[in-house]
Write a protein that binds this ligand. Structure first.
Ligand SMILES: [Fe+2]
Length: 292
C-alpha cells in the first residue's frame, strides 16, 4: 500500500469536517503529536535548504532571548497557465488525491482531471531540487468553510524545528524565519492549481518588508503584522496554475459558496518528506466555523 495515494469516492456525505480553530493544523501544528509505532528509519539528511542557521547560532552562543530582523518577502507570485474550469462532476469523480507523492507516480495514478493539471505543471518545473512532490485535495465546501485550519498569512516550507534547542528557548516548535530569509540555499519552489472561483487562495503581489522575530512559534503574530501592512494581493484565478516559492506570502480564505474544489500543489525541495499517519488522516478535512 502506498500511503501517498488516496483513492476513494468523494461526496458531500463523506466529506470530513472539523471545527475551525485557527490553530493551523497543516502549517506547523503546536499540538503534541501522537506516537507513531513503526520500525525505526534512518534519519532524514539535513539539507542546506532546511538548515536552521539562526537556531544553530543561538545554541552555540547560549542565547536565550529571541531577537528581531527586517524580513523582506519578494512575493514572486505568477500565473503560469489557465486551464478550462472543470465541472463539479469532473472534480467529484476524479477519485484520486495525493499526499507528498513523487510526481511521476502521481501522473501514473491520477484521475483524468488531475492528470491534465499535472502534465501542464511538468512544463513549469524548475528542476533545481532533488524532490518533486504532489499534494492534492478534493473538498466539498459549504459557504464559510476553509480548506485548512488557518486563515493566517504564512509561507510554505518554513524551517520548522522541534528539538532541545527549541525547548531551551521555551518552545515546542519554532520556525527559523531568519534562516529562510537570509540562508544561503534557495527556498523550495511551488506550483499550485485550484479549480474554482468559490474558494481561492490569496497571494501577496508586491514586495513586503517588516520587522520579524528571528524565530516564531506560529503564524499568529506574523499574520497580525502582515495584515497591518495590507499588502496588495490577488485571488488565484479559477483553474489556473500559479508559481510561488517559500518566500511568498499567501493565505486561505473562507469559501464564498457551496461546491467541490480540486487543489493540487507541486513542491520542489531538497528536503525528503516521510509521511506521518496523523497528517494523512487529517488531509482533505474542511474546517467549519463553530455554530454553523
Ligand atoms: Fe500555504
Amino acid at each position: 500500500m502506498n500511503d501517498a495515494i488516496v483513492r476513494r469516492p468523494r461526496s458531500i456525505a463523506t466529506q470530513k469536517i472539523a471545527a475551525f480553530t485557527g490553530e493551523g493544523a497543516y502549517h506547523g501544528s503546536t499540538k503534541p503529536r501522537p506516537p507513531v509505532e513503526s520500525a525505526p528509519l534512518p534519519p532524514i539528511a539535513l539539507v542546506e535548504e532546511m538548515r536552521p542557521t539562526t537556531l544553530e547560532a543561538y545554541a552555540a552562543a547560549g542565547t536565550r532571548s529571541i531577537g528581531e530582523f527586517v524580513a523582506t518577502f519578494p512575493n514572486r507570485y505568477e500565473v503560469k497557465a489557465t486551464l478550462p474550469v472543470p465541472t463539479q462532476d469532473e472534480i467529484a469523480e476524479d477519485g484520486v488525491t495525493f499526499c507528498w507523492c513523487p510526481i511521476d507516480t502521481a501522473i501514473a495514478e491520477a484521475g483524468p482531471l488531475s492528470r491534465r493539471v499535472l502534465l501542464e505543471m511538468q512544463n513549469h518545473l524548475q528542476r533545481k531540487k532533488r524532490f518533486v512532490y504532489i499534494d492534492s485535495k478534493i473538498q466539498w465546501f459549504e459557504p464559510g468553510d476553509t480548506p485548512v485550519d488557518s486563515r493566517h498569512w504564512h509561507v510554505d516550507g518554513s524551517i520548522a524545528v522541534r528539538d532541545e534547542r527549541v525547548g531551551a528557548l521555551g518552545h515546542r516548535l519554532l520556525h527559523d524565519m531568519r534562516a529562510r530569509l537570509q540562508g544561503s540555499a534557495p527556498p523550495p519552489t511551488y506550483l499550485a492549481y485550484q479549480s474554482s472561483t468559490h474558494c481561492a487562495t490569496q497571494f501577496a503581489t508586491a514586495k513586503v518588508s517588516l520587522p520579524l522575530p528571528d524565530l516564531i512559534p506560529d503564524f499568529d503574530d506574523f499574520d497580525r503584522r502582515v495584515r497591518a501592512l495590507a499588502p496588495p494581493c490577488e485571488s488565484q484565478p479559477a483553474a489556473s496554475i500559479v508559481a510561488f516559492d517559500g518566500l511568498s506570502l499567501h493565505r486561505a480564505v473562507a469559501a464564498q459558496a457551496a461546491g467541490f474544489r480540486l487543489w493540487i500543489r507541486c513542491s520542489e525541495s531538497d528536503h525528503e518528506v516521510r509521511l506521518n499517519p496523523s497528517l494523512i488522516d487529517c488531509y482533505g478535512t474542511v474546517f467549519r466555523p463553530k455554530g454553523s
